[in-house]
Ligand binder design. Structure first.
Ligand code: ASP
Length: 468
């Protein structure tokens, strides 16, 4: 006999079935035992006599018969509350020890270090299971939507060269070229622009980005996921329209209980946003206590540069008088190009930030596709010759016919966190790192062996080894 999923028991009244899953709860009434059995589809009540001793969260196989519950015993809180399974036999497939943390609560009050150490148990919690499944649905909606509109999904390298987005790089030592390092990409920015030179015209990727910055509620440590996309022969308006349509339809389809406050999404200039709300990512919700209200908006017309150099911009060189507001490939507003020479602080950039309930859930821009302008921006942000050489490939590529292009990269973790009203992005990621930078369950980073280090020609100072 084939396995029946819990949710399908309601269609199998009076039939014999086999269920497989986890024992969610046990109520012992002497000879009769009630077991709530959980699988990926739900929970159903099973009743048996003289069952073998089983523990909570053990994995079992139950053979039995589905019976309709008498009217007064129907459990309206359960999708399968109209039936119960009369157990004929129960086989223990794997006996569970007592769990180190409760999983039948929301879990937000449990020490996060414990939750992440036992993340595979924490993910059994209904709230977490729902978050991970919802995320998958949202991503698959995005993928289909873009592919229907002739976008091409492309994977770009993880072992690569620095792609500055204003954060610190993660470095990976090279064995074949000892003394040299790869950098993990802070975003696929350069590759997606090169794909426009390659003629793809419409690219996207569910891309992992790596940034060595301190974690916050809305930013996981180390890595996060973006919907990275880029288009050729477009203006800023086209990018805004596309992202707005995609995310509006995504919410309406995957989160029908949510209400988008204003359509089309309101737009504010950077100046207006600061003057009116004191922030470039204002929370435009009318009722901030309503968990179903989503206030999307665009912030536009950012200054191309911020005047103070970002402390850690570009290896902390600290040379720059200006740092890019977004990144150094963002195009200046066409009306402001002349100001690059006379008054760079007045130049507006063709940057767009997607804001949702007070979070920046995405950013992007129209790109520079003129080598002279790119050179000028490099100079203004204080690049020396060696730093310019690091990006020479972009100027070289642009010398062979580059279409005007631009894009955006909404953050998946942050979007899901905001829509679901979760307190941290880590509630939307299966295996996030802890605030201290240790990974869930497997606790990386860890020390390398002497042999590994020797192969890489790396020496770790003794003091560091003893006092990590
Ligand atoms: N690469 C940018 C970022 O990660 C997004 C973009 O400009 O498309 O923020």
């Amino acid at each position: 006999m084939e396995r029946t999923l819990v949710k399908d028991t309601v269609n199998k009244i009076d039939e014999g079935i086999i269920l497989k899953g986890w024992v969610s709860s046990i109520r012992d009434h002497g000879k009769i035992t009630f077991i709530d059995l959980r699988d990926r589809s739900g929970i159903v009540q099973c009743i048996g006599q003289n069952l073998p001793k089983v523990t909570i969260e053990s994995v079992v196989e139950i053979k039995g018969k589905v019976a309709k519950r008498p009217e007064k015993l129907i459990n309206k809180d359960l999708e399968t509350g109209g039936v119960e399974v009369q157990v004929e036999s129960l086989e223990i497939l794997s006996l569970a020890k007592e769990l180190p943390l409760p999983i039948d609560t929301e879990g937000l009050d449990i020490d996060e270090a414990v939750r992440l150490k036992y993340r595979y148990l924490d993910l059994r919690r209904p709230r977490m299971a729902r978050n991970i499944r919802t995320r998958s649905k949202a991503v698959s909606f995005i993928r289909n939507w873009l592919i229907e509109r002739e976008f091409v999904e492309v994977e770009t390298p993880i072992l690569t060269k620095t792609t500055p987005e204003g954060a610190r790089d993660f470095l990976v030592p090279s064995r074949l070229q000892p003394g040299k390092f790869y950098a993990l990409p802070q975003s696929p920015q350069q590759y997606k622009q090169l794909l426009m030179v390659a003629g793809l015209e419409r690219y996207f990727q569910i891309a992992r980005c790596f940034r060595d910055e301190d974690p916050r509620a809305d930013r996981a440590y180390g890595e996060f996921t973006q919907l990275d996309l880029e288009m050729s022969f477009v203006e800023q308006e086209d990018i805004l329209q596309l992202a707005e349509n995609l995310f509006t339809e995504l919410v309406e389809k995957i989160f029908p209980e949510k209400h988008i406050m204003q359509k089309p999404w309101p737009r504010l200039s950077h100046k207006e946003a600061l003057a009116k709300y004191g922030t470039d990512k204002p929370d435009l919700r009318k009722d901030k206590n309503d968990p179903n209200e989503l206030a999307f908006g665009w912030t536009l017309d950012f200054p191309l540069f911020t005047e103070q150099s970002k402390e850690d911009f570009f290896h902390g060189s600290g040379q720059a008088k200006f740092a890019p507001s977004h990144h150094m490939f963002t195009a200046p507003h066409p009306d402001d190009v002349a100001l690059l020479d006379s008054d760079p602080t007045k130049v507006r950039g063709l940057q767009h930030d997607m804001v949702l309930n007070g979070f920046e859930v995405g950013g992007g821009s129209v790109r520079i596709h003129d080598a002279t302008v790119q050179q000028k921006v490099f100079d203004l942000i204080g690049f020396n010759e060696e730093q310019k050489r690091q990006f020479e490939h972009m100027l070289t590529a642009f010398a062979y016919g580059v279409p005007p292009h631009g894009g955006i990269a909404p953050g998946i973790d942050r979007f899901i966190m905001t829509v679901l009203g979760e307190p941290s992005v880590r509630e939307t990621i299966a295996f996030p790192a802890t605030a201290g930078g240790s990974t869930s369950v497997v606790s990386a980073p860890s020390e390398a062996t002497e042999e590994q280090l020797a192969e890489l020609e790396i020496k770790i100072s003794k003091a560091k080894r003893l006092n990590p």
